[in-house]
Write a protein that binds this ligand. Structure first.
Ligand code: PAY
Ligand code: ZN
Length: 305
């Protein structure tokens, strides 16, 4: 495939993804609305879409690309978005049309661009802080900010920023999310790698969501479904139990402040063989199995009300 064409056989650049998102509005008139959810330090817009098949639906938010080097995240999010729009599978159609969808493939456009141009392994944003650049955009949100697993050192990969919401990406996106928060029943973020399905909360102190048991149950159903397609194994658990303490993440802020009833973070493929540099021939299988899991999650969510 030529690198300029839109596909899921190769990783797409920021411009390609934004151009594709923009094209959906005219292709699916009345269903897709392009949204600017925030701004970046380098003055880029943070683009997403709202997908709505009928009036009155409550919403699900899909977040991708908060960490620049985790390329499988935006690729999976765009794969899922495309399936929600085009799949003829009755289960997928009925889940797609049961919800409004806010879908943002790249929360960190400056970092994503930097991984294509300069440093494939870049994780953070790009605002200068003393001798170094960028903050960890998944440590800068204002819920138990700086309560474990974050760094005060601007040169660290987990630098939390100088204060909660010191980074314009987190600040502006948080304002957008707040503006739609009364519609939200689910917030699902996509990272890589480790093959985990993470449940809030990540900060120190053992806080659990009020429906922790339900989230574990649904999580186990989802990863069992994911396993069925290609035998990919996932572990489900609260963040500190299955990976490490980490505070100031976007999912925790949404779950903790806005009390959205379903919040999960996927740590996508793989378990470390390729790590962040997952070969592009794994984009489609990762997309398929992750969509399988998402569909049963939303079916379970719909059964709750
Ligand atoms: O909220 O997702 C969370 C916390 C856990 C992730 C984080 O550190 O933000 C886990 C890491 C990630 O996806 O960024 C895992 C990867 C492998 C890493 O860079 O350590
Ligand atoms: Zn990440």
């Amino acid at each position: 495939a030529r690198s300029s064409e839109w596909n899921w056989n190769s990783y797409q650049t920021l411009d390609q993804i934004n151009t594709w998102l923009n094209s959906l509005e005219s292709k699916y008139v009345g269903t897709v609305t392009r949204i600017i959810g925030g701004q970046s330090y380098e003055k880029r817009n943070i683009y997403g879409v709202r997908v709505s098949f009928k009036p009155g639906n409550r919403a699900v938010f899909l977040e991708g690309g908060i960490h620049a080097r985790e390329w499988i995240s935006p690729a999976t999010v765009t794969y899922i978005l495309n399936e929600l729009l085009t799949s003829t599978n009755p289960k997928i159609r009925s889940v797609a049309e049961s919800r409004d969808w806010y879908i943002f493939p790249i929360f960190n456009p400056d970092g994503y661009e930097y991984t294509f141009k300069k440093d494939r392994m870049w994780r953070k944003t790009r605002k200068p802080n003393l001798a170094c650049f960028g903050a960890d955009l998944n440590r800068n949100w204002n819920y138990h900010w700086m309560e474990g697993g974050s760094s005060y050192n601007p040169c660290s990969d987990t630098f939390a920023g100088r204060s909660a919401f010191s980074e314009i990406e987190a600040k502006s996106l948080s304002q957008f999310i707040t503006s739609i928060s009364s519609q939200l029943d689910a917030y699902i973020s996509f990272h890589s790698y480790s093959q985990l399905l993470l449940i809030p909360f990540g900060h120190q102190g053992l806080e659990k969501p009020p429906n922790n048991d339900e989230l574990h149950r649904i999580g186990r159903v989802a990863v069992a479904k994911l396993f069925e397609r290609y035998g990919t194994n996932y572990t489900v658990g609260n963040i500190p139990d299955v990976i490490y303490v980490a505070s100031g993440g976007s999912m925790d802020w949404v779950a903790g402040l806005h009390k959205v009833k379903m919040a999960y973070t996927f740590e996508l493929r793989d378990e470390g063989r390729y790590g962040f540099v997952l070969p592009p021939d794994q984009i489609v299988p990762t997309g398929q199995e992750t969509l399988d899991a998402l569909i049963v999650m939303i079916e379970e969510l719909n059964a709750l009300q």
